[in-house]
Design a protein around this ligand. Sequence first.
Ligand SMILES: C[S@@+](CC[C@H](N)C(=O)[O-])C[C@H]1O[C@@H](n2cnc3c(N)ncnc32)[C@H](O)[C@@H]1O
Length: 259
Amino acid sequence: MKRVFFIGAGPGDPRLLTLQGRDCLEQATVFLLKPYDETFAGLLSGKEVLVPFDYDYQPLLDLVRERLQTTDVAFLIPGDLTFYAPFQGIVDHFGERATVVAGVGVANAASAVLKRTLDLPEICERTVVVSPRTLGAGDRAAALQRLAGPGVTLLIYMNTFPLEQLVAILRRGYGRNVPIALLHRLTLPGEEVVCATLDSLVTACAGRDFFSRDQAGKSSLTLVVVGESLAAPVDGRWWDSKRKTTWQGKSQERPAGGS
Ligand SMILES: C[S@@+](CC[C@H](N)C(=O)[O-])C[C@H]1O[C@@H](n2cnc3c(N)ncnc32)[C@H](O)[C@@H]1O
């Protein structure tokens, strides 16, 4: 029986597609969004490629069913399904016939380019994933400010606040100057990473607008990461104490082949 795959496509560079994802694409009609039509072109040759947002829900389901008579169907999910993916209603509809393939989320790509673990012990006690778009109909600035604070790493997707306002909200939330990074078009042509602090970010951006929407009205490909975990120095003390209290006795569990 043909299947519907929901494939975590990663942040854009096809090298971050998993091997499982690549295999699932092989015999499929593919639904995708920009910029995957360009960056994945090498994996799409000879395939029917469609844009899911061209269809209302029911006509989209009908089209998928129709294609399932002859091919697998694959939805390329930007990043992956974990956060801010619009496909849940389609996954649920196809139930047993749907397979979700994990991918490299944008947060993972950000951590890699920053070379930072975002929940550093003793520095960050909570990592909060948020988008101003989904903060409800009330005062979104106040809602975001409440989530920001000492010990929190914030990952802000789909920012809608102008840069100056975003910085002012975060400054009130954290109550002090903390590191912030803007990660624009990660793994794509034109990638830019701005590492600054709340007090220096506006100057560091030098008038560039990383949050403008594209011509289709879609939010820009910029992730914001905020918090002490971006820059706090990490020495060997945590490693040694953890080894003493937790890891040391585990040496019997060495993987086969270890010396
Ligand atoms: C609908 S969300 C998709 C998130 C995705 N499902 C994930 O788990 O990574 C779109 C938002 O993700 C971020 N984003 C997506 N691709 C990106 C990229 N290549 N570079 C930086 N941010 C990106 C931006 O904040 C953008 O507004």
